[in-house]
Design a protein around this ligand. Structure first.
Ligand code: FAD
Length: 336
């Protein structure tokens, strides 16, 4: 076990909200460390939708996901926050050291991180994609089956079948129009899509032009190929008819299974099954000096959006600092 030095604030998770918390804490001259389980910064935005445009972050009328998190990294790390990647936080203990009460985090990788306060910005926790219920579906991973669209170029001139009825499925049916071979086939097991109405309307318009083929309600029943995927069999859920569709890239965007992992066993009060309960006026959890913000923090009326998480990060960081220093909470503006 290698033990690191004590810092004022440790942040679990380097998504946009963790990076915002690092900015606010660094701006108040606190020593900051970020521990992240993935091998990259940027959370869900970098991992799941780096090339999708984001329209609802204040000050950015339209910005690509990766460009947004690159700016978050530049802003968040400017005061010298240390980052530790590929480190999944497992345990939390409270210890007394040199007259101070410290929190000590340990990771699956065997590192130990003592800290005066903790901000948990772990998003959905460790997440993995939901998969099609087809025997041996995993065997097609790396052979044409995709759970994410990380780089559009991977799909250049490919015959794509996208499966799903939510925003990701619709976003990429529209977003790959300039890259994939047309039409893109969109398969959803229900007739009605869950995605934003304007995206569904746009996809229906593209269907009229022949650039999208919508199969709904339909389900993928089989995947065929010789080493690489060549076709999928679909079942029309209304008639029961089965038919084959050419397919070089099968993109299943069915959401994620996610769990808080060992964080759920720390004795924190939870909000539902997936979120840590916080007092929204302080973002403090049921454990003293442990704060939370972003998607993982829950309270009545919570909306899981980046801009909401940014505000929560400011509250959590300022509250944590006030507590460490025994001061009243007051904002310090970021002017020179
Ligand atoms: C397809 C899609 C499109 C979206 N579009 C928008 C949009 O247009 N606008 C918008 O506002 N929001 C959008 N969102 C939601 C937005 O991405 C989230 O609200 C945002 O990413 C939350 O940020 P976060 O920092 O709280 O968590 P995350 O971005 O999830 O980051 C959490 C990080 O914590 C790490 N972590 C988890 N557990 C541990 C652990 N035990 N140890 C170490 N590290 C850990 C994870 O690896 C992850 O990197 C979208 C989400 C999806 C899936």
């Amino acid at each position: 076990m290698s033990e690191h030095h004590v810092v004022d604030i440790t942040i679990i998770g380097a998504g946009p909200v963790g990076l915002a918390a690092a900015y606010y804490a660094g701006h108040r001259d606190a020593s900051v460390r970020i521990v992240e389980s993935l091998g990259q910064l940027g959370g869900q935005v970098a991992a799941v939708y780096p090339e999708k445009h984001v329209y609802d972050v204040a000050g950015h009328p339209k910005i690509q996901g990766q460009a947004l998190v690159d700016l978050c990294v530049e802003q968040g790390l400017q005061f010298g926050a240390e980052t530790f990647l590929d480190q999944e936080v497992k345990d939390l203990q409270r210890v007394g050291q040199n007259g101070e009460q410290l929190l000590v985090l340990t990771t699956h990788e065997g590192e130990s991180f003592p800290t005066r306060a903790l901000i948990v910005t772990a998003g959905h926790g460790a997440f993995e994609p939901r998969k099609l219920e087809i025997e041996d579906i995993d065997a097609w991973e790396g052979c044409g089956l995709h759970y994410f669209v990380r780089r559009k170029e991977v799909f250049r001139d490919k015959t794509c079948v996208i499966v799903g009825g939510g925003d990701s499925a619709l976003d990429w049916t529209l977003g790959l129009q300039d890259t994939a071979r047309l039409p893109i086939t969109l398969v959803h097991r229900r007739e009605r899509f869950r995605a934003l109405e304007t995206s569904v309307k746009e996809a229906r318009e593209l269907e009229q032009k022949g650039d999208v083929r919508i199969c709904a309600p339909a389900e993928v029943r089989d995947v065929r190929g010789d080493g690489l995927i060549q076709a999928v069999t679909l079942e029309d859920m209304t008639t029961g008819d089965r038919f084959e569709v050419d397919c070089e890239a099968l993109i299943t965007l069915l959401g994620f299974h996610s769990h808080l992992g060992s964080i759920a066993d720390w004795g924190l009060d939870l909000h539902g099954k997936r979120q840590i309960l916080v007092d929204p006026s302080t973002m403090e959890t049921s454990l003293p000096s442990v704060y939370s913000a972003g998607d993982v923090a829950g309270y009545e009326g919570k909306i899981t959006l980046i801009s909401v998480g940014f505000g929560e990060a400011a509250i959590a960081a300022n509250q944590a600092i006030a507590k460490i220093r025994g001061e009243k909470v007051q904002p310090k503006y970021s002017t020179d």
